[in-house]
Design a protein around this ligand. Sequence first.
Ligand code: NAD
Length: 489
Amino acid sequence: MTFIAGNATSFPSVPAPAYDRSRVTTGIVHFGLGNFHRAHQAMFIDGLMTAGQAYDWGICGVGVLPGDIRMRDVLRAQDFLYTLVLKHGDGSLEPRVIGSIHDYLFAPDDPEAVIAKLAAPTTRIVSLTVTEGGYNVERTTGEFDVTNPAVLRDAATPRAPLTVFGLIVEGLARRRSAGVPPFTVMSCDNLPGNGHVAKRAIVTYATLVDADLARWIAKEVAFPNSMVDRITPVTTDEDRAMVKREFGINDGWPVVAEPFVQWAVEDRFTLGRPAYENVGVQVVDDVEPYELMKLRLLNASHQGMAYFGTLLGHTYAHEAAGNPLIAAYLRRYMDDEVRPTLQPVPGIDLDDYIASLFERFTNPHVADTLARLCVDSSDRIPKFVLPTIRANLASGGPVALGAALVASWARYVEGTSESGRQITVVDELRDELVPLALQQHDAPTTFIEYGPVFDDLAAEERFRDAYTAALEGLHRNGSSAVLASLLGR
Ligand code: NAD
């Protein structure tokens, strides 16, 4: 059985849109339509449509990078339908065909079509999952990088932009001239204060084009912060084969994910929003407590298993999380170093949350790779791990376990596992970081003296001492010995 354009009800064993997709119109334009969006917001909107709501909140995906051509072609070939398969811990599979995406534009094909979509009064939300690195933030200053050639190019030809920022700002400019109120810009990326980051990027870019427009955007556009959660690995050929074998669907790009899902979003929207709360989204006044909980417990623990796990020869997250030493280390890290830095989180019991993390991490069927968790560490460590260390340095709290996590990353960047297997470091700062890591046998603080990632953290004695002790232990005795010693075993 294949996806048949316009007919989504032909998969007997799989729940599929029974609603009339020809009635769906674009209310949301989404940039960076990758796996996560398809397992998250698109699923929530599909849930609303299934309940007979939100037909005017259909999603039009937009890609701006060459890598998005494949998504354009796959989605167009199957009427924008795709299969989301949740993989439960007991091995059972929960499939569902998602129908809320009803259009996809690849911006380089026709930037004007994207701008027209953004300018249309019916478009009321522009959401983003363009990765942590996609906001073009200059690492040392935390400001939008106005020297980026793609940004400069757009600023010089603002009517024909190619970046996310250029397209959004031109869309807003056209709305302003036409007297149409602005849409909401909703970042769904894993960044602390993701709404603030998106606002800074878009307003700063706009100042390069038109200072008046920039002021209007700063005043009139809503940029709600959000916390998003669902482990969504990269789709493999085996996943494609599984969807065909188990459900009879030829899907060019299905998505697999864990069953757990969470989304907390601030209730600040310029032109309304779908009734997200009807499908389990937490619509809140302030997302910060949720966000800190998630980034510092879940995302930081992923980092904690990624490098120790890779050094020890594990391939998958569940293997690393199932390693008793890594599991005990993560538990201690969360309890002793992270929890004291968190505010109370309305409606959430942190003990239950931490327990649920271990269930999620050890689900073997999700098959999340450590390699995915190690991509662009230099973007992740400063957002997920260093804020906890800084908070503990300020409060007099412990930092040894966080420092060891940073040391495991530094050791990983040397490029070989403990059994001598080669590690491919995939990081924007690879060319800067690898040579620093290779010097650290002789000069153990070189890596953490790299300002764009660590700022002046190396000057903090308590952190530096704990870090160098862990790094020396990793060089001499390896990860297991370091973890055992941190645990007092
Ligand atoms: P993906 O690789 O499937 O998709 C990423 C998308 O972002 C692609 O369309 C890509 O072209 C686009 N992109 C990357 N850099 C860009 C740039 N500079 N400008 C414009 N577009 C850019 O990845 P994914 O799994 O969908 O994850 C995307 C983001 O979602 C993550 O980085 C994270 O912030 C958030 N997220 C992911 C997960 C997960 O488990 N995968 C969980 C929570 C949050």
